[in-house]
Each structure stands twice: as C-alpha cells, then as structure tokens.
Ligand binder design. Structure first.
Ligand code: ZN
Length: 407
C-alpha cells in the first residue's frame, strides 16, 4: 500500500527522497520449502514530510506479514555486541530512575528478553516482555523472562493495568518498526505510572545520512527519526523528553528518555539546531545521499566481478538484516557470493531473502574461499578478529568505498 500522508503529522506534503528499488522483507530468512512460494517484493522508498521533516517508508507491508506470518530470525542475544549493549542500556536507565524492587518494568518488542534479563540480574523480578513474534516470545519464556505474545496495543491495556502501573517502560529498536507511533504512545500513556519513565532507542536519521548507512533502510524499519519530528510527535501525545544519549549502536542511534507531561529539556532544541545546520530535512541532502549510495553499488559490483574473473571464491560474513538491503540493492546473488556464514541457529540452513544465498555455520567455511565480504560493517573488526585464522581477504565495501570517496 502506498502511503499518502506523513506517518507522524498526517500532512500530505511528502516528497520521495530515497529509492532503492524492489525489496523483499529483509528480516525474513527463507527455509527451503518457502523458496517455491511467492516472495513479497515491494518498492523500498523513503518520503520526506515537508511539514514536520519526518522520513518514512512510502510503501507499507502489514505488521502481521512482517512479524507473525513466518518465524522471525532476529535474536537479540546472538552477538556479544548486543548483549553488552543491553547491559549498558539497563545501567543507563537505572542511573536516572531507581524504582522499588517490585516495580513493574515492561519492554515493548522484548525479543528474547535480553534487556529485561539485565534488570532481573539486579533484583527486579516484576518484569514483562511484550513480543509479537510467536517463536521469539517462546524462547524468552523458556529463558525465564515473562512475556506476552502480542503487539503493544490497546488490546493489552487491561491486562497490563491488572498488573499495576508501569514504572519503567522500555523499547529498543521498536518505535521505528511501529506503523502507528501515535497509537503506540497512546497505549504507553495509558499504562505508564504518573511518575514513570519511558526510555526508548531508535536509529538516528542524522547518523544514517551522514554515514550513508543505506543498508539500515528496509521495510521493517518504517520510521527514520530525527529529533525535530520525533519531539513534536511526543509532545502531541503528552510526553516530554528530559534526556537524549547518542549511541554508536546500530550504525548510530539515540536513546530518548521521556516522561508524561512537562516540556522538552534544552538538549532537544540544540539537537534540532544541529540537524538544521546539517540541512537534514532538505531534499538536496538526500539527493547527495543517493549519489553516494549509487557509488557504493557500482564500486562493489566492479570489485567483486574482478575477484571472480581472477578465479577467487567470495563468501559473505554475517547474515544481518541490513546485509539483505545491501545484497538486493547491489543485485548480488549466489553466482557472486557462494554462501553467507553466520553463527545464529535461527538463520543457518535458510536462504537470504531475495538474493537466495545459502546460509551456513561459521565452522563450515570451506578452504576454497578466498575473499570474505562483511555484511554487518558496524561490527566488522569483531568479525575479522573471530575469523582471522581462515586466511581470507576481508572486504568491508560500505566503509572502504565511502572512505575512498572522501579522499
Ligand atoms: Zn509530517
């Protein structure tokens, strides 16, 4: 479905600023039996709202299609980086708010419960995850994190109210997936204690554009937040921001601390000034962004073709979701990349969506492989260190191409 109004302010003044062609769902790694069926393929385009500055996908894929139709493959415990990140997240929240030990702490889109498990680890036992994916919420419950298998919507308000007011409401990388942010904030408002806090993390639009992180764009990421439109949307829903942290996580994110009522702290104004001085909400900025994106594609395709012509065998490292936007945008398939090696049991044995490259376990990398293209470039140093004994020549195209372009 084509989106005709801004997903935050409902303005009809929207302009297409990014076009990456047709893409499947980047998070849906395919088991062999699904290869015979039709695969979702939807234009991956971003629009810029001329009224509030919000950036969002112009074509929507239903949330049920995204999270409940097939097993969801992202498991927040699957990398050391994310485990350490969630520990730091819980420490940061407890630094601004130390609720009573029996306080209700809820995580929206809790995945397998990694974030909540850190609160459990310091004595907060009254935690609850809300997770729409059936297979993932079952894993959370098995790991000892109480979890409701549902979307965070008005349908579960009564259930939550029965447990008491929420003192700490959390979400990591979820508000960018929510089709209707206003509805999510309304639900949050209904369940949050008057003196409670709602702390969430989302990827930051400024980092995406500055870092040319086009591979973090995919259908599951509906929203690309800048502080200007986000703070306006929060204010409309009755929330104020009292702190913002900038993080390296997910190629650049913001951790936004909010509470009910009040006005935004000064940091909001200074971040908006910074965004405006970068011209973040201007179409011209995105035209230059798309030029850099095309440069990455043509450089990578030529480089890989040369390796193949010289007799090399190229493999991929890390079946990350963002890798799928990269592979599909660059039109790379199993003719070029023999397979992708990954450590997650949720992905091994499946195929990458769209590009249909088989995913194998790290330990099954064969001796004929000569070159390794690292897909999750934000954790490239860690992956290179882990696989350094294999004697592969590593290639991190997004980083190398862009570094060369600026020299
Ligand atoms: Zn808008």
């Amino acid at each position: 479905m084509k989106i005709k109004k801004c997903r935050l302010c409902q303005s009809e003044h929207i302009e297409k600023v990014v076009d990456l062609g047709f893409h499947p769902l980047a998070d849906t790694f395919l088991p062999e039996e699904l290869l015979l069926g039709p695969e979702v393929s939807v234009p991956l385009q971003l629009g810029l709202c001329r009224s509030c500055g919000h950036v969002f996908t112009l074509y929507s894929v239903s949330a049920v299609e995204r999270y409940q139709k097939q097993d969801y493959s992202y498991d927040s415990s699957n990398s050391k980086v994310s485990i350490a990140h969630f520990k730091e997240f819980s420490d940061a929240v407890l630094a601004v708010k130390q609720p009573e030990k029996n306080s209700l702490i809820v995580d929206i889109g809790s995945n397998i419960g990694t974030l909540l498990s850190h609160f459990q680890g310091v004595g907060y036992d009254n935690v609850l995850g809300v997770e729409p994916s059936g297979n993932i919420s079952a894993l959370a419950i098995k790991a000892g994190v109480p979890t409701i298998n549902d979307f965070f919507s008005t349908a579960i308000v009564e259930h939550l109210k029965g447990l008491g007011a929420v003192q700490v409401l959390l979400s990591a990388n979820v508000l960018n997936h929510a089709d209707d942010l206003g509805a999510l904030l309304e639900t949050a408002k209904q369940v949050l204690a008057e003196d409670g806090v709602f702390v969430f993390e989302v990827p930051y639009l400024l980092d995406l554009v500055q870092g040319t992180a086009f591979d973090t764009i995919y259908h599951e990421h509906v929203h690309y937040y800048g502080i200007q439109p986000l703070s306006a949307a929060l204010q409309r829903s009755g929330f104020s921001i009292f702190q913002v942290d900038r993080l390296d996580y997910m190629c650049g994110s913001i951790r936004v601390y909010t509470r009910l009522g009040g006005t935004h702290a000064q940091v909001v104004e200074s971040m908006i000034e910074n965004e405006r001085s970068f011209r973040l909400y201007e179409a011209e900025t995105f035209r230059a962004f798309m030029e850099r994106v095309r440069k990455v594609k043509t450089t990578v395709v030529a480089h890989l073709a040369n390796i193949k012509l010289a007799g090399g065998k190229i493999i991929g490292i890390g079946a990350a979701t963002k890798g799928n936007t990269f592979l599909n945008y660059c039109r790379l398939d199993a003719d070029v990349i023999a397979y992708v090696a990954d450590a997650s049991p949720l992905k091994i044995g499946k195929m990458t969506p769209g590009s249909h490259i088989p995913i194998i376990a790290d330990q099954d990398i064969d001796e004929a492989a000569t070159h390794a293209l690292i897909l999750p470039w934000n954790i490239a140093p860690m992956l290179q260190a882990k696989l350094s004994h294999l004697g592969l020549e590593f290639y991190v195209p997004q980083v190398e191409t862009l570094n060369n372009a600026t020299h």
